[in-house]
Design a protein. Structure first.
Length: 194
């Protein structure tokens, strides 16, 4: 994804957030073929200036064209069930993470930490009906090592924190291209990892 496409992705998400909280409508006008491809995507909303999580919703699998997925994720992030609905009085920044297809870690459970690169990989943990996802930037933001990252992904799934050590637990990794506003509706930058 080039810089212009990343900027457009964030601007599209911002438009969807603004439309959602004002009962407006989003118009998509982009000719880049990338936005017609099915891609996984997450939209994260953070309070400004303190950067606290305010909403984060998305699709881990490529089930919708990217433009549609960004709009749906942004609208849903305004109503993240972990928080009250977003209001137009709140000041937030928007971040968009475009995901690669998740790859199953095909290593023994004890070798999983060595197969995860902090600052590059995101994680999906599954066991039965339980599933949790953490984006690549989360481990860096919290200063976690790979074992802590795996443990927190398990907790996000509603599992014991050390469930990643079990053969019953499937662990996937993915990468993401991440673009975010530096201030509300402000400059947009690419996330560079660690």
């Amino acid at each position: 994804m080039d810089e212009d496409e990343g900027i457009f992705a964030v601007q599209l998400a911002r438009s969807a957030v603004d439309a959602e909280i004002s009962n407006g409508k989003v118009n998509v006008e982009n000719t880049s073929p990338l936005f017609n491809e099915k891609r996984g995507v997450f939209v994260t909303l953070k309070t400004y200036p303190d950067g606290e999580l305010r909403g984060c919703i998305g699709f881990s699998e490529p089930v919708y064209p990217l433009a549609d997925a960004i709009i749906m994720a942004a609208e849903s992030a305004c109503h993240d069930p972990r928080f009250n609905d977003l209001t137009d009085e709140e000041t937030i920044t928007v971040e968009v993470s475009i995901l690669t297809i998740p790859e199953l870690l095909s290593v023994a459970p004890e070798d999983r930490p060595g197969a995860v690169e902090i600052g590059k990989d995101g994680l999906i943990v599954e066991q039965g009906y339980y599933k949790g996802l953490l984006l690549p930037q989360v481990a860096t933001e919290w200063g976690w090592d790979s074992e802590e990252f795996l443990s927190h992904a398990c907790a996000k799934a509603g599992l014991r924190s050390k469930a990643w050590k079990s053969l019953e637990t499937r662990v996937f990794k993915f990468q993401a291209e991440i673009f975010s506003e530096t201030s509300p509706s402000g400059d947009i930058r690419r996330y560079e990892g660690q």
